[in-house]
Design a protein. Structure first.
Length: 69
């Protein structure tokens, strides 16, 4: 049984025990079945953004964010 927090992170996970071959140990196969996020179009760059003084700061802030995974 898994912790509720783990199940919340991996709701599609499954665990399979393979048949025992040569010892009293069974190989376990854990599949978390991650769903690949489909990336929507990133949009278009608008030349008019270059005229806005805040554009550079917004881009620097967005690029400085760490993304795990």
């Amino acid at each position: 049984m898994a912790l509720p927090e783990w199940v919340a992170c991996f709701p599609r996970a499954s665990l399979v025990a393979l048949p025992i071959q040569r010892s009293n140990h069974s190989l376990l196969i854990l599949s978390v079945n991650l769903v690949k996020m489909q990336q929507k179009g990133l949009g278009k760059f608008e030349a008019m953004w270059l005229m806005d003084r805040m554009t550079e700061d917004i881009i620097k802030k967005a690029w400085s964010v760490s993304i795990a995974g």
